[in-house]
Design a protein around this ligand. Structure first.
Ligand code: F6P
Length: 323
């Protein structure tokens, strides 16, 4: 390897900048030239590629988002578009690519790898729905944002004797909701991986009220069959008497823009450096992630299109603790 490029793709995640910084500086340490691709695969097709030196990635480790920009690029599924991307890299004499992102991004990385480009993926998404890693860059900071919101909602909820349905992101994965709900002491958690009868949530709220609680919190994953609005609508239509007055708070993109905490800075740093080490060792077509608490690599073949199972014992634990 002599010239490598790095891009960030899909939803931005806190800690991506730490991963860019580590990729660039480790590559330069190997004596290679480093390049940044602007705005994910869309920028790659357009040839938006800039050289990056050590100082270009200074002062970013503490910043949320991604200094390279990101995008969702549906057209990247097309073979001719993938070929264009390879042409752009070849024109710049770039021999390898590091792709920092989640499921969709690693599908793009896999496609380029199958076309012969040395590619290493770095596991990064606030959804933590990527196989090949126990935890992705960004999810821990996103959980912290949800927790801060939950703690504040408890304060105002207590003042007004209200229950809140708090909707968190996560696409089809309930990890964010489960972790935020468990750490936030929620009275119920609703996730896509396990069908939840709204009647059961209503029972939990009534029980909390009967037990003398002044507030109640239900954390709902956006990908659940009933999202927070859907659940509130159900309660309205069925004239459920919950005791509490009900409000809905949808956190949305607020969870993404936060500055990365220590964990995500460290994970981004370790995985960015590991991506370069893999390439230096002649290994590519893999995703670097955390496996058994250590940095490990998994073939992209075994990562894309897989669903990462959620630890449903934790949902059971949350239910026990809410009683
Ligand atoms: O994949 C990360 C994520 O934040 C999901 O949790 C969410 O469903 C989605 O991105 C939102 O996408 P967009 O930023 O394109 O609206």
């Amino acid at each position: 390897m002599q010239r490598i490029a790095v891009l960030t793709s899909g939803g931005d995640a806190p800690g991506m900048n730490a991963a860019i910084r580590a990729t660039v500086r480790t590559a330069i340490d190997w004596g290679w030239e480093a390049f940044g691709v602007k705005n994910g695969f869309a920028g790659l097709i357009a040839g938006s590629i800039v050289p990056l030196g050590k100082r270009d990635v200074g002062g970013i480790i503490q910043r949320g988002g991604t200094m390279l920009g990101s995008a969702r690029c549906r057209e990247f599924c097309a073979e001719e578009v993938q070929r264009q991307a390879l042409d752009r890299l070849e024109e710049r004499g770039i021999d390898a690519l590091v792709v920092i992102g989640g499921n969709g991004s690693q599908t793009g990385a896999h496609a380029l790898s199958r076309r012969g480009l040395p590619v290493v993926g770095v596991a990064s998404t606030i959804d933590n729905d990527l196989s090949g890693t126990e935890v992705t860059i960004g999810v821990t900071s996103a959980v912290d944002v949800a927790l801060e919101a939950i703690d504040r909602l408890k304060v105002t909820g207590e003042s007004h004797h209200r229950a809140f349905l708090v909707e968190v992101m996560g696409r089809k994965c309930g990890y964010l909701a489960l972790m935020a709900g468990l750490a936030g002491g929620a009275d119920a958690i609703v996730i896509p991986e396990q069908e939840t009868d709204p009647e059961r949530v209503a029972d939990n709220l009534r029980a909390a009220y009967a037990n003398g609680k002044a507030h109640a919190i239900v954390v709902v994953a956006e990908g659940a069959r009933n999202n927070a609005e859907g659940m509130a609508e159900y309660f309205r239509e069925h004239h459920q008497r919950l005791g509490f007055e009900l409000r809905v708070t949808k956190l949305g993109h607020v969870q993404r823009g936060v500055a990365p905490g220590a964990f995500d800075r460290l994970l981004g740093t370790r995985l960015g450096a590991a991506a370069v080490e893999q390439l230096a060792g002649g290994v590519h077509g893999v995703l670097v992630g955390q496996i058994g608490g250590r940095v490990g690599a998994t073939p992209l073949d075994e990562v894309v299109g897989r669903t990462k199972p959620l630890d449903l014992d934790l949902l059971e634990l949350a239910q026990v603790l809410a009683r």
